[in-house]
Design a protein around this ligand. Structure first.
Ligand SMILES: [Zn+2]
Length: 664
């Protein structure tokens, strides 16, 4: 989903980007369940209501629609499996409320074959009693006959409307997140995807009726109506089933992939098509781009396309047929909704708390698109705009309160900060590993055409990168805020090294208190700059860094890989003209048996040498409770360690330094 209005609202923020970067001010939102408890037991999440004793495997909607008067007659055929032994009754979600103008739905009957099933319809539940109790795994197919004028909420549910530029009628749906039960009985949870679906629409014959999947048949009926029969053979979440009906003009821009041609079909209001045709023409090249970055388009046997709907809706990634208002038919929103076909439709967030797996990814895809057209500068400018919005985010990306639309689809948190998380992950693991993570995620059999939560994505990211990313996901998904860095240069008489104190002065108390991130520091001198990456994991840390000459300046995270604010660096002349930690020499490197470490300290205190593997696990440690200033040599036995890259770090009360060593 993409709210076009948010993009317009953004413009004032862009103007204050610079001052915001320095100020880093935002308010704190109350925290719900602690992330620690939630992480400890991921199964303890609050599931969205819906009958957990059933598993829906098929939705078949047969809809008869008129616009004069506005009216829907429906027959919803649902196949479901019992998940409980001896299931005597179960419920489907269906909105039972009636507005003061008498709008709403009524249920006429529920049938299984020729048999009428007893039901009760109240409080938004259609409770059904099967003829016999259902055993675990037993399948039941039933049809609910209903009619009325559906309720609408949020951006849509079900709307009888008109074009903006004419009085021609348009009828359309937009169910995300909670609108599906406003127009058909379902299990209203993204966790329960059906294996397939079909939508049959009968409406006045001057209309074109559009839905998911392939158009298998159209029939002209004697009463002046036309029936469109759409069939989708891929798994689908209830909120991705859609209907869009109007006097559309059809426009085709087919996509060829691996020698096969897939239809890409746009259903646009006739008066709008000439205005947006050039943008629609971009769709096949976007399909090519995202297939290369994310894996093959997931619905290749069917189609992709757009169906135009009413103003104020933005874009919505209905499976194989995104619904778009006119203002959303821009390259950026076309890219966003297309990316959702991978992230949202093919892999669906299992619950609305994890909506960033849909929206953060689709937003990030806008930067992938910018990178493809405008290179690194285009990518960075898109990400910098996201960063500006993300700094205003309140609360954790993991949505604590899913009770209302605005809180789930929060632009600065779910979209902008969600996109920044992927950008930061790319910064941590590097370009090629990052795109391998995305492609491995989409190729994971247990997630493909299914659902995911953050831990599923984290597991893939860890497996592909070989890194422990627990801190990364905990602080960026389950905590809030971002680090504000302050660097102080402690002057040194040595020309080839500088001591830098890096502090985090974070505006929001995060949990843990500091952010753990690899931070790039560019050390500037008249003889040239050096950029080094330090592992920053405390609010106050000192690093000894190599320089090419006397230090003239310093820049924290010069390429903006981190969502952060930075205070101006300061130069402080220390009382001692010596650094607190001398140059460390590690040899031989690569090592086979013994690793020798030479170092100097300039203050008295404890010194710890740590050797950690690529997962961040400690494999060797030497701790000296108190060392006087001087030169020291310590040795590690590295026999028996697995071949590979290790990090040797030396920590003193006033400084730390790390270096990569190879064990053969
Ligand atoms: Zn979206």
């Amino acid at each position: 989903m993409h709210l076009v209005c948010c993009f317009l609202c953004l413009l004032p923020f862009l103007a204050i980007a610079q001052s915001d970067q320095i100020g880093g001010q935002f308010c704190q939102e109350s925290k719900g369940l602690s992330s620690e408890r939630r992480m400890a037991n991921p199964k303890a999440r609050i599931a969205y209501p819906g009958d957990a004793t059933i598993d829906v495997t098929y939705y078949g909607l047969d809809l008869y629609l008129t616009h004069t008067p506005n009216y829907l007659r429906g027959a919803a055929t649902i196949t479901l499996k019992s998940l409980a032994p001896a299931l005597t009754s179960f419920f489907l979600d269906l909105n039972s409320s009636t507005t003061t103008t008498g709008e709403g739905l009524r249920v006429d009957s529920v049938r299984a074959g020729n048999q009428l099933l007893p039901y009760q319809f109240s409080q938004n539940k259609l409770t059904i009693t099967p003829a016999q109790p259902l055993a675990t795994g037993q399948v039941l197919t039933l049809t609910v006959f209903y009619q009325g004028i559906p309720n609408s909420r949020d951006l849509g549910s079900f709307r009888f409307s008109t074009h903006e530029r004419s009085t021609d009628p348009a009828i359309w749906t937009l169910s995300e997140p909670y609108g599906a039960p406003d127009w058909f009985p379902c299990r209203d949870s993204p966790s329960d995807k059906a294996d397939s679906s079909s939508v049959r629409i009968t409406a006045p014959s001057r209309f074109v009726s559009v839905s998911n999947g392939i158009l298998v048949n159209t029939t002209d009926n004697p009463d002046g109506t036309r029936t469109y029969q759409w069939r989708n053979r891929y798994p689908i979440a209830q909120y991705l089933i859609s209907v869009a009906i109007s006097n559309y003009e059809r426009y085709d821009t087919p996509f060829t992939f691996g020698g096969r041609t897939m239809p890409v079909t746009h259903y646009i209001y006739p008066e709008v098509l000439p205005l947006v045709r050039a943008n629609l023409d971009l769709t096949p090249q976007l399909l090519t781009l995202f297939s290369a970055r994310f894996g093959p388009y997931p619905f290749l046997s069917e189609k992709y396309g757009h169906a135009q709907i009413g103003r104020g809706t933005g874009g919505m990634e209905h499976q194989t047929i995104s619904s778009m208002e006119e203002a959303a038919l821009t390259p950026n929103v076309i890219a966003h909704e297309l990316a959702h076909q991978w992230f949202g439709d093919y892999i669906t967030c299992r619950d609305w708390q994890n909506i960033w797996l849909n929206e953060g990814f689709a937003s990030y895809a806008e930067a992938v698109y910018a990178e493809s057209t405008s290179g690194k500068a285009g990518y960075q400018s898109t990400m910098n705009a996201f960063a500006t919005r993300a700094r205003t985010a309140r609360g954790s990306i993991y949505v604590q309160d899913i009770s209302n639309f605005a809180n789930i689809f929060n632009s600065s948190r779910t979209y902008a900060k969600g996109a920044m998380v992927l950008h930061m992950l790319r910064g941590v693991v590097g370009d090629s590993t990052f795109f391998r993570i995305l492609q491995t995620y989409t190729a994971t059999p247990s997630l493909a055409y299914g659902t995911a939560v953050t831990e599923d994505f984290q597991a893939v990211a860890q497996q592909v990168s070989g890194r422990n990313l627990a801190d990364f996901f905990r602080q960026w998904i389950y905590s809030e805020g971002y680090p504000t860095y302050k660097a102080t240069i402690l002057s040194s008489t040595l020309a080839n090294m500088a001591t830098v104190r890096l502090e985090q002065r974070n505006a929001i108390a995060s949990n843990p208190a500091s952010f753990t991130m690899p931070v790039q520091i560019r050390v500037e001198s008249a003889a040239g700059d050096t950029t080094v990456t330090v592992q920053n994991d405390r609010v106050d840390q000192t690093f000894t860094l190599p320089t090419r000459g006397p230090i003239t300046g310093i820049t924290i995270d010069p390429d903006n890989w981190i969502l952060k604010a930075a205070e101006p660096a300061q130069v402080v002349v220390t009382a001692t003209s010596e650094p607190v930690l001398g140059l460390v020499r590690v040899y031989p490197n690569p090592a086979t048996d013994v690793l020798t470490v030479d170092f100097s300290t300039f203050v008295t205190g404890p010194v710890t040498l740590l050797l950690t593997n690529s997962l961040g696990q400690r494999v060797r440690m030497l701790a000296e409770p108190s060392l006087s200033p001087g030169k020291y040599t310590l040795t590690f036995n590295v026999r028996g360690l697995a071949r590979g890259h290790y990090t040797l770090s030396i920590q003193t009360p006033n400084g730390s330094q790390s270096q990569v060593v190879v064990v053969l």
